[in-house]
Design a protein around this ligand. Structure first.
Ligand code: SUG
Length: 445
């Protein structure tokens, strides 16, 4: 049997915009109200997907969500035709309206937590959509995310889908952005690392003082239970509250893992040594590489600015590891010097590839935010909806689709345009046919 890690990247939706919705996310706040380019954003994402596919990686696509979210606006009391709902909401509650227009489902690292079949008690791949309770605009995602995941991984013999956790801050869950898996081989049982920002039920424990901790320990524990993970296969790690207060709103802004490599910043965790000891003990035999980046070489501020840790570490078909980094890392003298050094040091990471994902970066989403990792064996790969897997044809088809439906430029004020809603619905309707997803969107039901 062969095993793979398949990256499922989120397609950027037609309403990609900068609304400053994410308190605690430095890029989101600093680019608020700047004009965006949905077309460029979608194409930057597609280029990354295609490049990884050309490197010999299995690459999938996850569909974006319907925005503006008219159904939610109606739930909030705006009435009339769809155009009237948009108009009233934009006028009477502009911030609520903008939140209902965010294309944030593009960051599929926050779509769900996924446990591969090698780790779970019933031998199935388990998915739990993230409830994303901490930000209103993101809390609108889990239900449709669940439908898109089911349409992508529909075979019940291999895939088990859970409902998202209760929609409450006590069980705040941001999905794979706070979850990493270490293993000797994708098909072997691994150690799943769940990183949390705070304790929900014990407020005497350390927590950030300024910015919110979006993920709770209790949410992590619930997911490990739901997925049937063994105690020996899980390590819970508290994120350093001080770095959350410096803009590290998810663990994947300060640490990333792949197979036997954990790449992390010196200040990433609250109780680093105890956590590393537990990982080493549970990992068992075999080479395990802890690659720690010292503050003296890369400051937390530089990590947040360049997204050095929001890189993807991938294992190429030949066995060598490569790091997929945003061009912001290349542009920073300290970070590019570090990466130049990293590939000649003793770790398995031997290549660096830079990608321009600036449209996403301006909202705090780097290469790793744009993808959901799903480790699968060959039988499970065969059970995935084949229309969602990247190849030359799909790449061409999706580029044409973007050219047909996406705007070159979008300003926040234009979100109320009923024509944009129609354009988005037309685009998504066609997309569900391209990817053969069925009717996943409210407007199709
Ligand atoms: O949840 N930004 C997203 C970025 C998510 C990045 N994901 C990971 N690190 N895995 C967020 O803060 C900004 C939207 C706006 O301001 O318009 C936003 O939602």
């Amino acid at each position: 049997m062969k095993e793979f890690e398949v990256n499922f990247d989120g397609l950027v939706g037609p309403t990609h915009n900068y609304a400053g919705l994410s308190y605690g996310n430095v890029a989101s706040l600093s680019n608020a109200k700047a004009s965006s380019s949905p077309k460029q954003a979608a194409k930057q994402g597609l280029m990354k997907m295609k490049a990884l596919s050309d490197m010999g990686m299995l690459q999938g696509v996850l569909a974006p969500q319907e925005r503006p979210d008219v159904m939610t606006l109606r739930r909030l009391g705006f009435t009339g035709s769809d155009a009237q709902v948009l108009e009233k909401a934009a006028k009477q509650a502009p911030m609520v309206f903008q939140a209902c227009c965010s294309a944030s489902s593009m960051w599929t690292a926050n779509a769900a937590t996924v446990s591969p079949s090698a780790d779970t008690a019933d031998g199935k791949v388990h998915f739990t959509p993230a409830n994303l309770t901490n930000k209103f605009h993101r809390s609108l995602e889990p239900e449709v995310t669940g439908r898109i995941l089911k349409a992508t991984f529909s075979n019940e013999r291999h895939f088990h889908h859970h409902q998202h956790l209760p929609d409450n801050e006590h069980f705040g869950d941001e999905g794979a952005a706070n979850h990493t898996r270490l293993c000797s081989n994708y098909g072997h049982a691994g150690v799943e690392l769940f990183v949390y920002g705070r304790y929900a039920f014990d407020t005497s424990k350390p927590a950030p003082k300024k910015y919110p901790a979006r993920q709770t320990l209790e949410a992590c524990q619930a997911i490990a239970r739901l997925h049937g993970l063994s105690e020996e296969g899980v390590v819970y790690i508290q994120q350093n509250p001080d770095v959350i207060d410096q803009g590290v709103f998810h663990n994947d802004v300060i640490s990333v893992g792949n197979q036997n490599v954990l790449f992390y910043h010196e200040q990433a965790f609250y109780n680093t040594q105890a956590s590393l000891d537990e990982i080493r003990r549970k990992y068992g035999e075999g080479d395990l590489h802890f690659v720690m980046v010292p503050t003296a070489e890369v400051s937390v501020a530089d990590a947040v600015k360049t997204y050095l840790f929001n890189t993807q570490i991938i294992t190429l078909p030949g066995g060598e590891m490569a790091i997929i980094a945003p061009t912001e890392c290349q542009e920073s003298p300290a970070v590019s010097a570090y990466l130049d050094k990293l590939v000649i040091l003793g770790s398995p990471i031997k290549q660096v590839h830079y990608f321009d994902v600036k449209q996403s970066m301006r909202n705090g989403g780097g290469p790793a935010c744009l993808r959901l990792r799903v480790a699968l064996n060959d039988q499970e790969v065969d059970a995935v909806n084949p229309n969602t897997l990247m190849n030359d044809n799909l790449f061409k088809r999706l580029n044409q689709w973007v050219d047909k439906h996406y705007r070159e430029e979008l300003k926040v004020d234009e979100l109320r345009d009923p024509q944009l809603l129609q354009e988005s619905r037309d685009a998504l309707d066609e997309l569900t046919q391209i990817l053969k997803l069925g009717s996943v969107y409210p407007f199709q039901r």
